[in-house]
Design a protein around this ligand. Structure first.
Ligand SMILES: [Zn+2]
Length: 61
């Protein structure tokens, strides 16, 4: 099973489980939260990027 086939998000309107990267619910066609519009690699990269920036700031002070 690949990570992208796992369903992390639930629809706010109907509770349907959705994959990452979809912009509307497959069950009721309501728009999904903005965070779900980003592709998975970007979501995984964001915390890493944040830690890297903090480490950089701390090391320069
Ligand atoms: Zn729904």
């Amino acid at each position: 099973m690949s990570i992208q086939s796992r369903r992390f998000f639930h629809c706010r309107s109907c509770g349907h489980k959705m994959r990452l990267g979809v912009d509307e619910c497959g069950n009721c066609y309501q728009p999904t939260p903005m965070i779900n519009h980003f592709p998975l690699p970007l979501l995984l990269a964001l915390p890493v990027l944040a830690v890297a920036i903090v480490a950089l700031v701390i090391s320069t002070v």
